[in-house]
Structures are given as C-alpha cells and as structure tokens.
Design a protein around this ligand. Sequence first.
Ligand SMILES: O=P(O)(O)OC[C@H]1O[C@H](O)[C@H](O)[C@@H](O)[C@@H]1O
Length: 633
Amino acid sequence: MASISGLCSSSSNLIPKPHLPSSSSSSKTQFPWMISSPLRIDDTSKTSFPGVSSKSLLTHSVARDVPSSLSKTASIGDELSVAKKGLETDPKILWERYTEWLYQHKDLGLYLDVSRVGFTDDFVKEMEPRFMKAFKAMEDLEKGAIANPDEGRMVGHYWLRNPKLSPNSFLRLQIENTLEAICAFSDEIVGGKIKPPSSPAGRFTQILSVGIGGSALGPQFVAEALAPDNPPLKIRFIDNTDPAGIDHQIAQLGPELASTLVIVVSKSGGTPETRNGLLEVQKAFREAGLEFAKQGVAITQENSLLDNTARIEGWLARFPMFDWVGGRTSEMSAVGLLAAALQGINIKEMLAGAALMDEANRTTVVKNNPAALLALCWYWASDGVGSKDMVVLPYKDSLLLFSRYLQQLVMESLGKEFDLDGNRVNQGLTVYGNKGSTDQHAYIQQLREGVHNFFATFIEVLRDRPPGHDWELEPGVTCGDYLFGMLQGTRSALYANGRESVTVTVQEVNPRSVGALIALYERAVGIYASLVNINAYHQPGVEAGKKAAGEVLALQKRVLSVLNEASCKDPVEPLSLEEVADRCHAPEDIEMIYKIIAHMAANDRAIIAEGDCGSPRSVKVFLGECNVDALYD
Ligand SMILES: O=P(O)(O)OC[C@H]1O[C@H](O)[C@H](O)[C@@H](O)[C@@H]1O
C-alpha cells in the first residue's frame, strides 16, 4: 500500500517527455494502417478500415468534403455552414494553422490545438481589448478583489494550489494547515491508526461520500479518473435525495458499513439533499448497531448547521470549507483532496499540476495562454452568446465524468440572466458528452450530419497503457491505436462537414494532468465570463428551484393535515381534490395538490377511495390511518 506521506509529497519529475507531433516528427508517428487504410468519413455509422489509399487521413477527409468540391455526400446545408464559417480546407494551410496556433505546456506535457476553430486574425485582434480587461480582472481576483460582487465574496480557488498567492497570511495559513491536516488524517486512516470501533476488518475500507453539486462532482470525477485498481479505501457516493439510490449504496456496503468512513460534504451545511442523505445513513448505522459519530467526517464552513451537528455529536473529524471557494471550484480544497488522499491519489501532484497550469494562464499573450485560447474558441464558436453547445469527448474511459464535472463548472458559472451592468443577457454555454469512441456509436451521427448546433472538444490521452503492457491485436496495430484512430477520424469527419473542434492532449491520466485540466477549465470559465461581462461565481437561478421545492413540501404538510382531519372522522370522509384544495385555502394550487396526492398514493401513504389518478376530477382520497396527535398540532 502506498504511504500517504508519499502521496502527499510533491514530485517534480514524474511527467514523461512529450512526444506529440512537431513539424519534424509527425511523419514518424503515423501508423501503417493509417497511411494505407484511412477511415471512411462518408459513413460514420459504419466506420471501417477499407481499401488502400496513399493519401493521409486529413488530406483525404478535407479534400473530399470541402464545400467547393461540391462533393456528392455533402448537403447544401453543410456547404453553407462551412462557407458561412469560412473554415479553411486546404491541407497545407491547415497544417500551417495547426503549427502556428498549437499551444504546448512543456512541463505538463499538455497541448491545446485550436486550429479546427475558424477564428480569424481580425477576430483575435478585435477581441484583444476584451482579453486585456479579462486578464486584469483575473489578476485582481487573485489579489483578493471581491470578484463575486452579488455575494460580496472573494474568489480564491487559485490560492488553494499556491497558498503564497493568498491576499493575507491568515488565509495562507488556513490553506496550509488544512492541507497538513488532510494528509495527517488520511495517513492515520489508511495506516490503520484511526480504526472504526467495531469492524472485523480492523481498519476503514470504504468511503461513503454524501454531498451534491460541487460537493460531489469533483470527487466523483477524480475518483473515476485516478483511483488505483485497489485503493486503500474504495469510494461510493450518495449525491441525491432518491431513497432507492441511497438504499442501493447502503445495501452495496452491506456488513462493510462497519468499516465505512462517511464523509458529509456541504459548503453551506444546509443543503436538503445532503441532510437527507446524512439522516438516512445515520438510520442505517443505528439499525446496524453502529455508532455513527465514530465514523463520520464533516467538510463544511465553520459554524454551519452541519459543522455544529458534527461538533455537538462529536464526529471523528471536521475539515473546513472556505467562504471564498465556490462549490464548483472546490476540488482542490478539502472537498476533493480528502477523498482523493484516502483513495491513494497523490494530491500534491494534483495541486502541482493545477499550479503549473495557473501559472501558464497568467500570461497576457492570448496565444500563449491556454485558458484564453479556450475562451477565444468558445466565444468564436458560440458567437459569444452560447449559440452552440460544447460537446466534450474524452477518448479515455477514466475521463468519463469530465463532461459531467464541466457541466456544472461551465453552466452554473456562465448561465446567467443578467450581466454585470444589469442588462438581461441570458448567457450560457451548454455542455454535454460522455466519451469516445463509445459516443461514436450513439449520437455522433447527428453531430456529423444533423443539426449544426455544437462544437466539439476532444480530450486526447497519448499513453494508452502503462509501459510494458501493450500488445498488437493485429499486425502493427494495438487496441489503443484504434482509439487514437477513432478520435482523429471523428475530428476530421466533423471538420469536413464544417463542425469545429478543439483538442486538448495530455500524455497520460495522472494526478498532475487531472489537476491541470481542472485548472485549465476553471480559468477558461473565469476569462470567458469576463469577456461576456457576467459574474461567474454566483448562482441566483438555483435558488428559485429550491424555494419552489420548499413551497411544495409546505403545501404537502397542509394537504396531510386536511386529509388527516377528514380521515379521523367517523365514518372516514374521502375528499375530492377540489375539497382538499379549498380546505388548504389553496384553490390555485390544485394541480400541485393532485401531484402530491398521486405521489402519496403511489407510496401507500394515501388511499384513493374513488376514481383513479388518470382522471384527476374523479379522485376521492383519504389516509389509511388517523393520526390523532397531529389533530391538535
Ligand atoms: O456544498 P453545498 O452547500 O451543499 O452546495 C451544493 C450545491 O448546491 C447548490 O445547488 C449550488 O448551486 C451548487 O453550486 C452547490 O455546489
């Protein structure tokens, strides 16, 4: 088992030397089948490796489907879209564009290819003043400005990986001490110094992480991307208030509940779904005769409801969540780091990768700033108003949850009704995607030929397998070559039909590259928000749904009380929906009352005496039991 002190220590020399195509080496990286058997781009549903051609894949694709060639396979709509965008199709010019714009981060072994987005030099020039403003805003933010004006908060996730940047020594110490505490605690848990009180295993073997949104998505993504095959502690998540989902997680733990460390994560400490998850887990502990407090850990803001509960009940440990770190940018705080360290993931490497990326994103030269390049592409591709969706396609199973993670990071940050000057702008950038090549067999058909409402982001991982494990499943070709071919083929096929794409390439999926990817997108979101003049760090829209949910539950309590009163009569008085609504003094809420009753009936908590839920006007309802106590509440 890896020691935590090892996992928590940083190492500067773990990144293998990059070997991405450069003008001198690209020809050497081609595989035999690529040269002799280009992917057919005219039939993405049946991608195959037929025939012999001496043309390169790229040349083949673009030359064949350029609008000016009036290819038989391209529709008029496709031609128009390419023409409208003015996308370059000459392979030589494209290669020049590729090499001119290719961004490389040497230390991280990370590349960003924006050549398949059609922005022009004029556009870049036009955007320059906005970028300068964005860079200044990022600089101010890092220095501690109130970058989230609506909530009057600083925005400090960049300090988490470089505490020296903190605007004062108090914050710096908070970050450093928390990191130290995380490492020490993980060390003791993994090393078996801190034991669960009544587990036959004698040590913690499982983590049950309870949290939602930013308190779940980062840890889920990182676990999927980086947890070793046999982690010191395996992780499961409760990230919803779905009782069946919760039951499933607890049932899967079975007797291992006794050796489960329950980490409850909530910045606010008052999110209902998380509270419900906690109450359900505590009930399971009681039923199993276990003492929850000895196995519970809270990650939350000081003095939140959760913090106070954990303190009063004497939970095993508490870690702070900082006011100045937003949920969706909290992966490098205790929220992400504790779970990661417990799974044997080198969190200092993650932090180092993020810090290196942040450093690169501080340059004010757009071309050399990867986050700015991404923001530039987003702006160009979606006209600065989110007119196109961003489809994120990592070609690596372990990065499956990246798009889901990005969904919150991007959409909760950029999806805003008003800009910073109070103008109604309804901004946003829609994100979806799973992984390649899997998605090629699902919806890439539409991306290639259907409605043109997206641009793609490919995430490429050069290292297929750990060294020494590869083999050729046909002469000269490995399984990973197919994955590579699928990515390149899809990129070419999309472009040939006027569909733009960005490609981010990393050497391998490791803590450093994952940290860098997170940091890259965090910064791109910050810069883009500034380009379109919105506050990326609040989420006023989320409150509306929460408030409405609260109102539904309050109405349900009134419905229950009315039904209880009628059900306590002798004889029982079944009520129509209209009668329930009138007695609740809420005739305008009759539709919601119907839904409440249908839900209660489906869960055996209300009995339909007459009619059925398919014809709401026919329904008469009562409760199976009279609760006399509730009559006098
Ligand atoms: O961490 P918590 O306070 O429980 O919040 C969890 C989530 O709740 C809300 O829905 C916010 O919109 C998210 O940004 C946040 O990540």
